[in-house]
Design a protein around this ligand. Sequence first.
Ligand code: SF4
Ligand code: F3S
Length: 107
Amino acid sequence: MTFVVTENCIKCKFTDCVDVCPVDCFREGPNFLVIDPDECIDCTLCEPECPANAIFAEDELPAEQEMFIQLNAELSKQWPVITEVKSPLPDAEEWNGKTGKIDLLEK
Ligand code: SF4
Ligand code: F3S
């Protein structure tokens, strides 16, 4: 199994998740992070760290977020590894909790 980053990370990118991952499986895009499913060891540590509650176990994903399984798998093969926390995106607090952000995902 793997953990999956979902829609509410888009335009927030708080990066607290990166700090706790023991196997460096987060990958960074312009306004979103993903988890490499081939690297994730299912340790559960990242899920409670995300201020946007954007991380779910694959088998606990809300139905409307299921497309993110494929997106994490695909984008994790294209984006570079991120291993250190950085500042969130400038308007992260305003975007936290907004819906419909999938259309704003930058690849
Ligand atoms: Fe990393 Fe563990 Fe989160 Fe998987 S569950 S992404 S191994 S912190
Ligand atoms: Fe995104 Fe949450 Fe990590 S907003 S960058 S999944 S801490």
